[in-house]
Each structure stands twice: as structure tokens, then as C-alpha cells.
Design a binder for this molecule. Sequence first.
Ligand code: PLI
Length: 466
Amino acid sequence: MTKRRSWAEPWKIKVVEPLKMTTRAEREAAIREAGYNTFLLRSADCYIDLLTDSGTSAMSDHQWAGMMLGDEAYAGSRNFYALEQAVRDHYGYEHLIPTHQGRGAEHILSQLLIKPGDYVPGNMYFTTTRLHQELAGGTFRDVILAEAHDPASEHPFKGDVDLAKLEALVAEVGAERIPYITIGVTVNMAGGQPVSMANLHEVSAYCRTQGIRVILDATRAVENAYFIQQREPGYRDQPVAQILRQLCDLSDGATMSGKKDSLVNIGGWLAVRDPQLAEQARNLVVVYEGLHTYGGMAGRDMEAMARGIVESVQDDHIRARIGQVQYLGYKLIDAGIAVVRPIGGHAVFLDATAILPHLPREQFPAQALAAALYVESGIRAMERGAVSAGRDPKTGESRYPRLELVRLTIPRRVYTQAHMDVTAESVMEIFDQRERVRGLGFVYEPEYLRFFQARFATVGGDGIFA
Ligand code: PLI
């Protein structure tokens, strides 16, 4: 029997940033002022900030050193070529079009490939991805496995595509109206759940027969590669870097938010194999993002990302990163808290409908739970449920996805095990008082991506706790 090894971080801390503690009265005032939306809180009022893993990573000394090597030329910056090489080496795509962040890449791709009336299947929606598809005239169709919508299912690859759903869409609308499929690796809204290599092989082979492009949302592909290494037969002895290349080899291109896996605070890219599509993307990127050799990023940011990519695919790094997320997840499971199972790659997701069964969906239990957690502990989390899902553009009706979740998202290389302990204790405190949490109703609802800027009022009295 092999001895179990700890996931301890393969780094030590060189610089620290003080955290501010607030009083409960201060937090009650802050969340009221923020309209019970954690996106509208000031970060200075948050103690442990688990809003997102996006752009919140700590960079290494090597990345910071690279920042000093920023070549801020308008055109042809040497840092662009370093980034292009890192993407070719580790993701395997020939043509790189840098963008300011992931949604910039989604915008370019959607505008280039989607015609009004087209359909774009995907393994569960992501907020910005679907909106760009809709704004280009497309309709998103969810083709993920049914298990992905069940928080309790222990399926090891809940991100897998249900091929029968994809085939049914092709039969319904015709392959010519499906320019591409988006495969999220991992699937953020399902709880950071991975796609198996076997499933991607099948999807890729099928799509080739239909002339449908396969586009990865590679935002957290390194995390997906780690789950394949750990869970899928035949991969245990392969380095994560090698598995990542195999994943990407099954696709025609990818959109990427470098703000997650790649350990930087800003940046993204679109990458494709088709030289003609690449040329069109280079032409469009100058309209919306910047010249095709910077796409909205400073030279120093491209250098930090090039270096971050290399660090991100190291087995030691990714084992510790996901090890920390699982540490928090299993603490909550042991305490009897309903969370999405299995624990995902970037976050632990609380099942708000299970925790707050007294609140109807129309009172946004996940939004309320995130607000209550903040008031109780100063921990900032994010709603990932009906508020995030927005309204159907055709009917104008609110969408109510089966998953109504609060995401405790773990920034990379930022917090310690003690912070995870405090987080778990704070969630347990809320759990003990769950009957007291009040529901929320909209007082302001923006048209696009409403979760970012919406404001709410509590239902049935003042304050998030009755
Ligand atoms: O935030 P961007 O524009 O760099 O990337 C958009 C984006 C695309 N795909 C996926 C799977 C994401 O998770 C994503 C952004 N996610 C955020 C901001 C998050 O908090 O999860």
C-alpha cells in the first residue's frame, strides 16, 4: 500500500497583503448598500474573498520578474511571441489571437462563426459565452449529461456531453446550422466538473463526420487534465502537461480566460488551427481589442501569462491547487453541508435549495445565502443559480436552472489552510441559523449579465436574518 501524501503547496510565501476584519454592524451596512449583491461590495470590506478565481491568483517571483521584461511596443512585442510559443507548446494551437480576457475571445469567435438562426450546443451554459452566442443571433442548446444537473450525483465526469442530445439537435436543425460546439473543460456552472478524454474523443469524431467545429473553453483545462489523470483509466502515469495536449488535440480551437489556470490577473486568447479563420480573427480583433500582437494586453501581461502557462501545467502545482479545494470541500461534506459532488476543480459549491428549503426559487436562495454568509463572516462568495442564468431572450422569462448554488471560489496560491478552516466554520455557523435567512427580490435588474449589477431588497422584513 502506498502512503497517502499531503497536497502541501510547492512554494513558500514571499510577500503578504494584510486582510481587514470588519464588525457585523459594518457588514450589515455594507451588504445593504450593495443591494445584497456580493459583486457590489468593496473588496476592502471583505475578509476572505472567495468571489472568484478569476484574475485573483498570486503570481510567482518568476512571473513578476517577467513583468520587468515587458516590451511595450505597439506592434510585434517580443512578449507576444513568448506567449504564442507557450500556447503552441502547451495547448498545441498554431494561431494565437490575444484578447483582453476570455469574453473578448468569445465575442470574436461568435461574430465570426455564428449566423442568425444558428444553434450552438455546449456542455452547460456559461454566462458570457452564451450571451455572445445570443448577441450574434445564435441559440444555445445544453447537451451535457443529465447527471450534471444533479448536485448529489457522484459521476466522475459530469462535464461529459450526452451524445444522444447532440445527435438529436443535429437531426432537429441540421448540421449546417451548427457552426461549432463549445466544450467547457472543466464546466464552471456544473460545479467545476471535468470532461473525460473518452467522451471528448467520441464528440470530436462525431463532429468531424458532421462538419461541426469543436471549440474548447480552455479556461480551466489544466484542472480538467488533472482530473483525467486522477480518475480516467490509463492516465495515472502521464504528466498533466501531456494530458492537456491530448485534450486540445481533439479540438479545432479554443477560447481562453488566462485569468484562471494561467495564474495571471488579466488576459485571454482565441486560438485556432484553421489559418483562414485565424486571419479573419486577426482582422476583427483590431476592431474590438487591439492590434493582433497584443489584443488588449500590455506586453508585461503577455510575459506573465507565458510564464504562468508553464507553471500552471506542473503536476506539483495542480495537485496542490485542487488539493486545497478538496480540503475545503471534504470538511463541509463531513459537517453534513449539502455541496455539489464530487468536489470540483476551482470551487466548492453550496446547494442553496437544499440548505434553505424554506425559500422559494423566486426569492433567490443562493443570492440570499451568499449575502448571509458575508454578514456572518466577511467571506465573499458568488451566486450561481437563477440570478446568473438571467432571462430567456425570446420569452423574456427568468430561467430557473436546476442548480441553485453558492460558489466558494478558491483563488490560486492566495489563501492558506487556516483560511479554509475559517471558511468551513463560517459555513457551518450559517447552516445552524439557516431558518433565519430571508429571501430577496429584485429592485434593479440590468438587461445583460444581470448578476453583476442587480440590486435586491429582503422579503418580509429588514436585514438578511429574521
Ligand atoms: O472573465 P473572462 O472574460 O476572462 O472569461 C470569461 C469566462 C469564460 N469561460 C469560463 C468557463 C469562465 O469561467 C469565464 C469567466 N469566469 C468568471 C469571471 C468566474 O468568476 O467564474
